[in-house]
Design a protein around this ligand. Structure first.
Ligand code: NAP
Length: 230
């Protein structure tokens, strides 16, 4: 049985990835913070996979990361999807140090610590998927903390990709443009949801990259609305 860990699987893109990757030979280890939302994801994938294990931890806290690592255990992962993320959207002058630290914690430090812990046990043929963003390559007004964290993950993951090549572990980076999820609920302004791609479309891109033969690396997928970015 294969073991897949997906962070931020309680809603949005992480939930869509869990639903897409559920299969009879897969145990899904699904992480989130919101117990009720995570239970809903688990319910929706349960019949399609061998086992589903909910993992509830706050990745802004170092104890949350270490508790998640402990709960996942020593058995190797065949796939680790680094998806949990937060967006603080405001002029850079208004970002508080707490917001900055939380953004760093969830979007960068937790992925670093989790990859550092899980990669050494991953077998040849395993994959790490990082859900980055077009904001990992382009700065956008009012998204400075978010862009900082995604640009940093871009550099970190590129280097890790090179370090893991010899062990036949693929590092796949996904760069969605605006995607219609709840992350936008707290972003000020009128954001046209109908011009956003769907979480299921991002999940399709993840599944496509994982479906390639083991010697083929789909290193980067950027996807967005043909009509242009918002
Ligand atoms: N939506 C977009 O337009 C878009 C575009 C490009 C990239 N992305 C990236 O895609 C990823 C998923 O985003 P989404 O759009 O699906 O957002 P979402 O619907 O808001 O989901 C975010 C997920 O991250 C988890 N999370 C947030 N803070 C956490 C914390 N402190 N500890 C543990 N888990 C935490 C949430 O868990 P709980 O809800 O259970 O707390 C939730 O499962 C993020 O990395 C985001 O940056 C999104």
């Amino acid at each position: 049985m294969k073991r897949y860990l997906i962070t931020g699987a309680s809603r949005g893109i992480g939930r869509a990835i869990a639903e897409k990757l559920a299969a009879p030979d897969v145990a899904l280890l699904l992480h989130g913070r919101d117990t009720i939302a995570l239970a809903a994801t688990c319910k929706s994938v349960k019949s399609g996979c061998a086992r589903v294990i909910p993992l509830i931890h706050d990745l802004a806290l170092s104890t949350g990361v270490s508790d998640l690592i402990a709960e996942v255990g020593d058995e190797p992962l065949d796939l680790f999807v680094n998806n949990a993320g937060i967006a603080v959207v405001k002029p850079f002058g208004e970002i508080t140090s707490v917001e900055w630290e939380q953004t760093l914690g969830v979007n960068l430090t937790a992925p670093f610590q989790l990859i550092q812990h899980f990669a050494p046990q991953m077998p040849p043929g395993a994959s790490i998927v990082n859900v980055l963003s077009i904001a990992a390559k382009t700065g956008f007004a009012n998204w400075s903390a978010y862009c900082m964290s995604k640009f940093a993950m871009e550099g970190f993951s590129q280097s890790v990709r090179e370090e893991l090549r010899d062990r036949k572990i693929r590092v796949i980076n996904i760069y969605p443009a605006a995607t219609d999820t709840e992350i936008w609920n707290n972003v000020e302004g009128n954001w046209p949801r109908d011009k956003m791609i769907s979480a299921a479309q991002v999940a399709d891109a993840v599944a496509f990259s994982l479906a390639q033969p083991p010697e083929v690396l789909v290193a980067n997928i950027t996807l967005g609305n043909l009509g242009g970015d918002l």
